[in-house]
Design a protein around this ligand. Structure first.
Ligand SMILES: [Mg+2]
Length: 421
C-alpha cells in the first residue's frame, strides 16, 4: 500500500488568512513570541523577498513598503486548525501518522486502475472547502519517496499540488530535479559532504556507492538510499508515542528581578502544563523549574530545581504547591532573568495510576476532580484565563508582547466572525 504525505502550504499564514479573508492573497508575515522575528510568511511575502528569521525591527520599513500584513503568532488558532486538518485527513485514509502540526503520513490503497488522483483531488477540495487550507499531496512507496513527491507537488506548478511518484515511468527524471539538500533526512552537514563528493541531486544520492555512504553515515545512510529506491525502512507510526515530558516556558517581555514576579510566571506555566497533562490523560511524577539570564549578559546565570511528587498527579493545586516551593531555590536577586519554565517529568498514563495506600488525596471521581474539570471547561469555552488562580498575579507585566494578535475565531465563542447576509 503506498504512503502519501499530506502537508499544508505555509500553514501559519494560511490559518490567519482562513479566519480573515481580507488578507488572503496578500503579503503576510507571522512574528515569533514577543513579536521578535519572522517565523512564517505567505507565498506573496516570500515572493517579495521577506526572509525567515529576520528580526522585526530590522525589516519593519521593508514590510511597510510592500504593504505587508503583520500577525503575532496565535498558537491556539494553529493548534485548533491542525486538529481539524488531521481529522479530515484521518476520515479520508486507511491509517494516519500525524507527523507535525501541519503534515501527516497516510496509508491509502491504490484503486484497480492504480491512479490515486481522484482521491487526492477530493481531499484537497474538502480541506479547502472546510478550512480554506491549501494542501500538497505527495505519493510514493516509502516515507522518503512520499516526502520527495510532496516537494515535487509544490515545486512543479503544472501538477496543482499533487504528485504521485509511484506511477511515474521515469522516476529518475524527477529524482534528478530534487536538490540533495531537499531530501528528507539530509541536514546541512550531510548536504555539504554530498556536494564535496559530487552528489547534487536525489538521483545521484540514490545511486552512489553504498559503502561510501555507510562509511560516513552508517546504517542511516543505507536506509535513506533504500527508502529512495522505494523500500520501506522507516516505520509507519500510526499511534502517537505518548510524551515522557511536558515543558512550558517563555521568554519574558522584559527582564525581571523580583521573586514575586517569578512566582507569578512559574504559577502561570505550571497551570498551563497541568492543563496539558489532563488533556493527554497523564500524570507527572516529578516537576522541574528553571530560569536563566540572557546568553549575552557578561554574568550568565542559569539554575534549575526538581521535586518528586508524593504521588503522580495532574491536579493543578498539587503541582502549584510543588513548583512554587522551588522558586526560592532558583531565584537570585542579583540577576535579571529573561526566561523561566516548568517541566513535568516521568509522565504516566492516568489510567494506570498506582495509588499509595496511605494517601488520601485521590483525585479520580472526587469533588476535587469535578472542580478542576469545571475550570478547564470554562477556560476552554470562554477563552484562557476566564477563571484563573490568584497565584498568577493580576498585572502580569512580564507577559509576552502580542501586539498584532488575530482573533481566536475557531476556539472562542466571542471571536466567531459574524456574517451578515
Ligand atoms: Mg507545511
Amino acid at each position: 500500500m503506498p504512503i502519501a504525505l499530506v502537508d499544508s502550504n505555509n500553514f501559519y499564514a494560511a490559518c490567519e488568512q482562513s479566519i480573515d479573508p481580507s488578507i488572503a492573497n496578500r503579503p503576510l508575515v507571522i512574528l515569533s513570541n514577543n513579536d521578535g522575528c519572522v517565523i512564517a510568511r505567505s507565498a506573496e511575502a516570500r515572493a517579495m523577498g521577506v526572509s525567515m528569521g529576520q528580526p522585526y525591527f530590522k525589516i519593519r520599513h521593508q514590510l511597510e513598503r510592500i504593504g505587508a500584513e503583520i500577525r503575532s503568532s496565535n498558537y491556539t488558532l494553529y493548534a485548533d486548525m491542525s486538529q481539524r486538518l488531521m481529522s479530515i485527513i484521518e476520515a479520508n485514509c486507511e491509517e494516519i501518522e500525524a507527523y507535525s502540526i501541519d503534515e501527516a503520513f497516510v496509508k491509502i490503497s491504490r484503486p484497480s486502475n492504480d491512479i490515486l488522483m481522484t482521491w487526492a483531488r477530493r481531499l484537497r477540495e474538502i480541506t479547502y472547502q472546510r478550512l480554506s487550507l491549501p494542501i500538497a499531496i505527495g505519493i510514493g512507496e516509502s516515507k522518503s519517496q512520499a516526502k520527495l513527491a510532496n516537494h515535487l507537488a509544490k515545486t512543479i506548478t503544472s501538477c496543482s499540488g499533487i504528485f504521485d511518484l509511484g506511477i511515474e515511468n521515469d522516476q529518475d527524471y524527477f529524482l534528478k530535479q530534487v536538490e540533495v539538500r531537499n531530501v528528507w533526512g539530509v541536514g546541512p552537514k550531510f548536504a555539504h559532504w554530498c556536494h564535496i563528493h559530487g552528489i547534487h541531486n536525489a538521483l545521484q544520492l540514490r545511486d552512489m556507492p553504498s559503502n561510501k555512504l555507510k562509511k560516513k553515515f552508517g546504517v542511516k545512510g543505507i536506509r535513506l538510499q533504500d527508502e529512495l529506491k522505494g523500500h520501506r525502512c522507516i516505520n509507519f507510526l500510526s499511534q502517537a508515542i505518548p510524551k515522557k515530558e511536558a515543558c512550558v516556558s517563555n521568554s519574558l517581555s522584559r527582564p525581571i528581578d523580583s521573586i514575586g514576579e517569578l512566582r507569578e510566571i512559574i504559577a502561570t506555566h505550571t497551570i498551563r502544563a497541568s492543563e496539558k497533562l489532563r488533556e493527554h490523560n497523564q500524570n507527572a511524577t516529578s516537576i522541574t523549574i528553571f530560569v536563566r539570564t540572557s546568553f549575552y549578559t557578561p554574568n550568565f546565570y542559569s539554575q534549575s530545581a526538581t521535586q518528586r511528587l508524593e504521588l503522580p498527579s495532574n491536579d493543578t493545586r498539587v503541582l502549584l504547591r510543588a513548583a512554587l516551593s522551588l522558586t526560592t531555590k532558583v531565584f537570585h536577586p542579583n540577576y535579571l532573568l529573561i526566561k523561566a519554565g516548568v517541566i513535568m517529568q516521568k509522565l504516566l498514563s492516568a489510567d494506570y495510576l498506582q495509588l499509595n495506600l496511605l494517601s488520601t488525596n485521590e483525585l479520580k471521581g472526587s469533588k476535587d476532580e469535578s472542580l478542576i474539570k469545571a475550570i478547564d471547561n470554562l477556560n476552554k469555552r470562554y477563552g484562557r484565563d476566564t477563571v484563573y488562580w490568584a497565584a498568577c498575579g493580576i498585572n502580569r507585566k512580564w507577559k509576552i508582547r502580542r501586539s498584532y494578535l488575530s482573533a481566536l475565531a475557531t476556539t472562542r465563542l466571542s471571536d466567531i466572525p459574524i456574517v451578515r447576509a
